[in-house]
Design a protein around this ligand. Sequence first.
Ligand SMILES: [Zn+2]
Length: 299
Amino acid sequence: MQWRGRRQSSNIEDRRSGRAGKVGGVSIFSLILALIVWKVFGISPETTLGVTQTITQNTQTAQAPANETADQAESREFVATILADTEDVWTPIFQKLGGTYQQPKLVMFSGAVQSACGSASSASGPFYCPADQKIYLDTSFFKAMRTQMGITGERNGTELSRQDQAADFAQAYVIAHEVGHHVQTLLGISGQVRQAQAQASQAAANNLSVRMELQADCFAGLWARHNHERTQFLQKGDIEEALDAAEKIGDDYLQHQARGHTVPDSFTHGTSEQRQRWFYRGFESGDIQQCDTFATRQI
Ligand SMILES: [Zn+2]
């Protein structure tokens, strides 16, 4: 995937600074815990955040932290570039729909973080909080994607930088998926779903969650298509990389790995096959109408 040299978003809140060295070890430890929790319970960290808390004001913004390492800088530049790519794709789509795209903020953190949806740690994995319209990202999750889940971007015979080795398109897909939840919030879909879930049985509520997640996957695919038309950023193997990631973060795969069997009613993110199919549907069509996961009976 080609990512260098494009515009970087200024909507990054970097909350990693000052603690990076100290929290480094803890962060990796809680990440392993996160993956265990994730695998054992088969639920995404995204959905484990329920309690509303007061937002802790944090005034740090896009400036590079003073003690940032070269790796951390590259990681920040990568995230800021992908976020800018999502802004540049969704803005004209909203214009066509007669609306305005309000850009979300993306908080990079290490260790622990406060959001309007509650406090979270690295164990939470990446998530979007509708109450403050921010995406929360612990970049050590990316490291876990390749070390724990074996999602890699390595290709034969090419010299790749550290960031490029790190399954960069799979990472972009994760960011685009979270931005997809922001799009759902702006379009009023999230609110409607939460309302419907309040009166639904547990199984029906889970089914609605799955549809939400699959739509965010479809939006991620749609973004990839439009971004490629603008920037030609995709390279051979990238789509397979995203599909591989979608497979490895599917509920059935994670449950199967954890328990040896699956319990479909407890799925909240969709099976590997569903996640791949909806991502690809968005990618192939580039059409937001094709991402209506609520209109179809068979997801
Ligand atoms: Zn999600």
